[in-house]
Design a protein around this ligand. Structure first.
Ligand code: 0PR
Length: 387
C-alpha cells in the first residue's frame, strides 16, 4: 500500500469519496447528535492555529494566553471569578480530570476505597472513570420526573464518599438535576461536588425562561467544586473542545506533574501534546457571538423543540415522556417498539437514538436542524405509525 503513491488529485478524489460516505449535518437528518456543524468563523480560527501545541505553552504563549481568556469567559458564564481550568478534548476528559482531583483530595485524608454518588442518568464517561480510577459507584435512582432523586442522596453518604456528581442537561433526556439542593447537601457534608454541564453549559445560561425554571445550576451554588462545559456541543465549536473549570486553583494543581525540560515546568492536563486550534475557535465564538448571539442560537433551538413537541403531542400513538427543559425530546409509541421505529426511521434516512432510561426515542434539536427538516421527519414518522 505504501509503495503505491498517489497524486494530489487522486488523493483528493479519494478523500471526497470517504467524505461522501459520511452523514452531513447540513442534510438535517442527524437528530441523534449533541455535536453540530461548526460555525464558519470558528473553522477559520481553527485553521489559523492548527500547528499550535498547548502542551508546550512557552513556545506558543499567545495561544496559552487565549486559553486563559477562554477559561475566564467560561467562568463569567458560570458565575465564577478567577476560575482555574483548561480546554480539553471533551466532556469525558473534563470529567476524568474532576474525578481525579476529587480522588487525590480524598486520599489525602482517607485510606478506604473512594466512593462516588451519581445519578443513574450520568453519561457513560463515568463508567470509564469508575473503572480507571477504581472507584465504588453509589447510584442514585431517578425521581418521577427522571431527575436525580435528591431525597436519596444523604442515605448514600459514607465516610468513604469522595464526590457527588450531578448533571445539568442529561445525555438521554436533557434534564437538569436540582443542583441548588444537591449543592446544599454537598456543602453541609463537606463533599466535593462536580456538575457535568457538558451539554447544558452552553444552553442554560442563555435560556429566556431560566428564572421561571428557578435554575441556579452553576458556581453560584457554593457547594459546586468543578464543572464540565463543552464548546463542541451547543457552543458550536469544532471537535475537540471540552472545558473543565475548578473553583479553587489548588484543586487543579493536584493534577500537576513536573515537566522540567519543557518551556514551562509543570503540566496540569491529562493530555500532553494538545492542539490550540479548538481553543482559538472557542475564543472566536465567545467574542463573535457573546451572550446576545448565544441567546439567539438557544432561542431558535428551543423554539424548534417546542414546535416539534407540540406537533408530536397532537400525533396519534405518540407518548411524550417529559416536558423538554433543553433542546431534547423523548417519546415512545403504543403500536411499535422504539427499536423497530428507530430502524425504520434509519431506512428513511433519519438518525435518531434510543435512550435506555426510560426506553424511548430521543431527538436532539441542534442548530443544524431546521423547521423544514422537522416537517419532513414528522411526515415520515406519521407514515410509519399508520395502523
Ligand atoms: N457528559 C454529558 C452530559 C454528555 O452528554 C457527554 C457526551 C459527555 C459528558 C462526554 O462528552 P464527550 O463525548 O465530548 O467526551 N454526550 C454525547 C452522547 O453520548 C456525545 C455525542 C455527541 C455522541 C455526538 C454522539 C454524537 O454524534 O450522546
Amino acid at each position: 500500500m505504501l509503495d503505491n503513491r498517489m497524486t494530489k488529485e487522486d488523493i483528493f478524489e479519494n478523500l471526497k469519496k470517504f467524505q461522501d460516505m459520511d452523514m452531513s449535518y447540513e442534510s438535517g437528518r442527524i437528530l441523534s447528535s449533541m455535536c453540530t456543524k461548526p460555525d464558519p468563523i470558528a473553522m477559520e480560527a481553527y485553521k489559523m492555529f492548527i500547528e499550535t501545541n498547548l502542551g508546550d505553552p512557552g513556545l506558543f504563549p499567545g495561544t496559552a494566553l487565549m486559553e486563559s481568556e477562554v477559561i475566564e469567559m467560561l467562568g463569567q458564564l458560570l458565575h465564577l471569578e478567577n476560575p482555574s481550568g483548561h480546554l480539553v478534548t471533551g466532556g469525558t476528559e473534563a470529567n476524568i480530570m474532576a474525578m481525579t482531583v476529587a480522588k487525590y483530595l480524598f486520599q489525602e485524608k482517607h485510606e478506604g476505597t473512594p466512593e462516588i454518588i451519581l445519578p443513574v442518568s450520568a453519561h457513560f464517561s463515568f463508567k470509564k472513570i469508575i473503572s480507571m480510577l477504581s472507584l465504588k459507584p453509589r447510584y442514585v435512582p431517578l425521581d418521577e420526573n427522571y431527575k436525580m432523586d435528591v431525597s436519596k442522596i444523604e442515605d448514600l453518604i459514607t465516610e468513604n464518599t469522595m464526590a457527588i456528581v450531578a448533571i445539568a442537561g442529561t445525555t438521554e433526556l436533557g434534564l437538569i438535576d436540582d443542583i441548588e439542593k444537591i449543592s446544599e447537601i454537598a456543602y453541609s457534608n463537606n463533599i466535593y461536588l462536580h456538575i457535568d454541564a457538558a451539554f447544558g453549559g452552553f444552553i442554560i445560561p442563555f435560556l429566556e425562561n431560566k428564572n421561571n425554571l428557578n435554575l441556579n445550576f452553576d458556581f453560584k451554588c457554593k457547594g459546586v467544586s468543578s464543572m464540565t462545559i463543552d464548546p463542541h456541543k451547543m457552543g458550536l465549536a469544532p471537535v475537540p473542545a471540552g472545558g473543565i473549570l475548578f473553583r479553587h486553583s489548588e484543586h487543579l494543581d493536584k493534577l500537576a506533574v513536573k515537566t522540567p525540560y519543557l518551556t514551562r515546568n509543570k503540566q496540569t492536563t491529562i493530555v500532553g501534546t494538545r492542539s490550540g486550534a479548538a481553543t482559538a475557535a472557542t475564543w472566536t465564538l465567545l467574542k463573535y457571538y457573546g451572550r446576545e448571539g448565544y441567546q439567539k442560537i438557544v432561542k431558535d433551538a428551543i423554539t424548534l423543540t417546542q414546535y416539534t413537541y407540540d406537533k408530536l403531542n397532537n400525533m396519534d400513538h405518540i407518548n411524550l415522556i417529559c416536558k423538554p427543559e433543553l433542546n431534547l425530546i423523548s417519546f415512545n409509541t403504543d403500536i411499535k417498539s422504539v427499536d423497530v421505529l428507530k430502524q425504520e426511521l434509519y431506512e428513511c434516512g433519519w438518525r435518531v437514538s434510543v435512550a435506555q432510561r426510560p426506553h424511548v426515542v430521543r431527538l436532539v434539536l441542534m442548530p443544524h436542524v431546521k423547521k423544514e427538516h422537522i416537517d419532513m421527519f414528522l411526515k415520515d414518522l406519521k407514515e410509519l405509525l399508520k395502523e
